[in-house]
Design a binder for this molecule. Structure first.
Ligand code: BGC
Length: 760
């Protein structure tokens, strides 16, 4: 079904379709007509070679492109560079383009602004744990401001790939497993990065990635093919990308992998029929890194020339590294393999974006502004607040947390306790580890009267090189000899023995998740669990703080450690945020955006499943292990005791053009203020296809003062109950009976039912 249209359309048809792609930008204003005229006028002056140059993006930094070559590319009129972050160098290249290139077209500078630029925010999976789209919008808008001040115009973010397998390293870069939460996070990030419209001042363009389905890599193995049924593609995987487009995304990035047998970068159905024609996308598509040329490796393109031609025909406007366009497209046009009108159609939105960003008039970085906007107090505060709002309290037996601020002594132990680099997480390439506050530092700042002893206990190392090693120099283990390792281990346990309480900071080093960082196991790497066991065996208060980019197998810890706080990778201000959480200055309020498995063999594990045969036995599908999650999707505890006192529906019948109104009554019965995330799930009892037993349809984070009761109103427009039916092969909104639950995670128990009736 994926290939509803042949990939190689007759040339005339292909040309006409592409030619019809408007060159205007999302967030259309009256200015656009004027921009169109300018683009057309400029295009008329451009040679074929100059047009194709605009479709090229080269990687900066000496390790990819030597200075002389980058200068020559700028002079030649290249469309874009990625990876330049030094404002002076950006200005120099821009100056060459503006003064020495024939048509003085400014260069677009792109960068992986994933969770912050210089000030690092929590990783995206953490940000999704906030269940707070406004917070997500705010942090990405701050990241945008900082990046733009340095001369970066364009983020290769947000990554909105649905990920349901914790083995996949890039699960950390997205919003987790759920299409509805994914939509909210996608739209919030687009609004945050781009501001009111694509091209707004102090903001940067987005590239919603990786279109499409990259997160479903088989076996969680990064880059491997994805095979996604039409039903899942339409109802789950495509939705967050569509939300990004609806929010005004200026660009999209085509994915690396084969989607149902066709590489995403050569997939005309995906990039043109769905993206442009069905969804009305008006921006441009950039390929992923060398993903044009790699279509030959896929066994799809005959050679590089064929790959370049097919990427053009599919609708890839710009090639991210690889240079196949430059090498092959001019000749392909000259020999009639591609009409020049097709190239014009692909170049138009690139030029239009440059006009829209004001780069023709104002191409340079203001170095004074750059100084002011970098790592400001405001940004650091935003980073701390974000980390406070995204940590998930997984366990808190007998209210061990928050820790008593009068502690005389505290041991802070583990390989991540004082690691600045790891606190930032993966994809924080421009972050400077020296700016980062670790847990040890954060706790020392907050507890000046307490004797805090810190030790690593064990060291962890990925053991194989990463694709980022040249850009982010990893920290090498210092304990190489067996005796030194044993001594460090014993020393840490001794500190724990002599302290009133111990905080163990365990998890994964930042190199262990992210791109090309998939795992077959989900255990705590190295000897960390042995350290944990040794400290727990002392019988003193122990808190496990997890730093990770994915759910880990912490089944032993759940059974034996009284308190577990997952702070993901919290970013620049992570240590201060964690201290505030551990000491109760801030109450944890994060909830899981992914189902947390007990062990790797359960993956992929997610809540959005239909109820099958033998429904009472879904937790015992394996004879040798549980098939139930360790923590369900949406789960998260608070120091406050917040309960759902009841839930009502305004009506038990709703028409297909109406709205389901849910009122949930929540009460804080404790003496501390805190938050809960009210989540509403529905189930369609019967229809043309089987629907999941539960689907998230609405949520709201709500803060309650001690003793406070609130009624939270949540609305579900009936059209949200529609779905793509694999029987009807289209989106349907079928009347019938629905179940609805409200609660604080995917196991919500407060239940009502309602009837959906045919509207007028
Ligand atoms: C990744 C993209 C990223 C690009 C540029 C690729 O390997 O898949 O997500 O934006 O590199 O760094």
């Amino acid at each position: 079904m994926l290939n509803r249209l042949p990939h190689r359309l007759p040339r005339a048809v292909a040309g006409a379709l592409l030619f019809s792609l408007a060159a205007c930008l999302p967030g259309q204003t009256a200015k656009d007509d004027a921009i169109q005229k300018k683009v057309d006028a400029l295009l008329r002056q451009m040679t074929l070679g100059e047009k194709v140059e605009q479709m090229e993006q080269a990687a900066g930094q000496p390790m990819y492109t030597p200075k002389e070559k980058a200068d020559a590319l700028a002079k030649n009129g290249i469309g874009s560079f990625l990876f330049f972050t030094d404002p002076e160098r950006i200005n120099a290249l821009q100056h060459i383009a503006m003064t020495e290139s024939r048509l003085h077209i400014p260069i677009l500078f792109g960068y992986d602004v994933i969770h912050g630029f210089r000030t690092i925010m929590p990783v995206p999976l953490a940000m999704a744990s906030s269940w707070d789209p406004a917070l997500v919008e705010r942090t990405q808008s701050m990241a945008a401001r900082e990046a733009r001040a340095a001369g970066v115009h364009w983020a290769f973010a947000p990554m909105v790939d649905i990920a349901r397998d914790a083995r996949w390293g890039r699960i950390m870069e997205g919003a987790g497993e759920d299409p509805y939460l994914g939509e909210q996070m996608a739209a919030a990030q687009v609004r945050g990065f781009q501001g009111k419209y694509a091209g707004a001042p102090d903001h940067i363009l987005v590239s919603v990635k990786h279109f499409a389905g990259y997160g479903a890599a088989e076996g969680g193995r990064d880059y491997d093919s994805t095979n996604i049924s039409d039903e899942q593609l339409q109802n789950v995987y495509l939705r967050p990308y569509k939300a990004g487009v609806d929010a005004g995304a200026a660009t999209m990035m085509s994915a690396y992998q084969n989607l149902n047998g066709v590489p995403a970068t050569g997939n005309r159905w995906l990039l043109t029929d769905v993206l442009r024609h069905e969804w009305g996308f008006k921006g441009f598509v950039v390929s992923d890194w060398e993903s044009v040329g790699s279509m030959k490796t896929h066994g799809f393109a005959r050679d590089e020339e064929d790959a370049a031609i097919r990427a053009v025909q599919a609708g890839v406007n710009m090639e991210m590294t690889g240079e196949t366009y430059r090498k092959w497209i001019p000749a392909a046009v000259k020999s009639g393999k591609i009409p020049e009108s097709e190239i014009d159609a692909l170049v138009r939105p690139i030029l239009a974006i440059k006009y829209r960003m004001g780069l023709f008039e104002n191409p340079y970085v203001d170095l004074k502004k750059f100084q002011q906007e970098t790592l400001s107090i405001e940004e650091r505060t935003a980073s701390r607040t974000a980390a406070e709002q995204t940590a998930v309290l997984l366990k808190n037996e007998n209210h061990l947390l928050p820790l008593n601020t009068n502690l005389k002594s505290l041991a802070v132990i583990g390989p991540l306790a004082d690691s600045k680099l790891d606190t930032m997480g993966s994809w924080a390439i421009h972050g400077d580890r020296r700016d980062t506050v670790t847990l040890v530092e954060g706790l020392r700042d907050s507890l000046p009267q307490t004797k805090i002893d810190a030790a690593v206990g064990v060291e962890i190392e990925r053991g194989s090189a990463t694709i980022f090693d040249e850009q982010v120099i990893p920290e090498k283990p210092t304990l190489t000899a067996g005796a030194a390792k044993a001594e460090a281990f014993a020393h840490a346990v001794e500190l724990a023995r002599n302290a009133e309480a111990t905080v163990l900071v365990l998890g994964e080093a930042q190199t262990m998740s992210g791109e090309a960082a998939s795992r077959a196991r989900l255990n705590l790497p190295g000897e960390q669990e042995r350290l944990l066991e040794a400290v727990v065996a002392l019988g003193k208060p122990v808190v496990l703080v997890l730093m990770t980019g994915r759910p880990l197998d912490i089944t032993w810890a759940q059974q034996h450690v009284p308190a577990i706080l997952n702070i993901w990778y919290p970013g620049t201000e992570g240590g201060h945020a964690a201290a505030n959480l551990l000491l109760g200055k801030v109450n944890p309020s994060g909830h899981l955006p992914v189902t947390w498995p007990r062990e790797a063999g359960q993956e992929p594990l997610y809540y959005y499943q239909s109820l099958p045969q033998n429904p009472d036995n879904t937790e015992h599908r394996y004879w040798d292990a549980s098939s139930a999650p360790l923590y369900p999707f949406g789960y998260g505890l608070s120091y406050a005791d917040i309960r759902m006192k009841g839930m009502t529906l305004d009506a038990d019948s709703v028409s297909t053009d109406g709205t389901v109104c849910v009122r949930a009554i929540v009460e804080n019965t404790s003496k501390v203020a805190g938050a809960q995330v009210v989540q509403v799930y529905t189930h369609k009892r019967a229809g043309s296809a089987a629907r999941p037993a539960r689907e998230l349809k609405a949520f709201q984070k709500v803060w309650l003062a001690p003793g406070e009761t609130k009624t939270v109103a949540l609305e579900i427009p009936a059209k949200e109950l529609s779905y793509w039916s694999p029987v009807a092969k289209k989106v349907v909104l079928e009347p019938g009976e629905f179940d609805l639950w409200a609660g604080f995670d995917a196991t919500a128990t407060e239940h009502k039912s309602f009837h959906l009736t045919a509207g007028k």
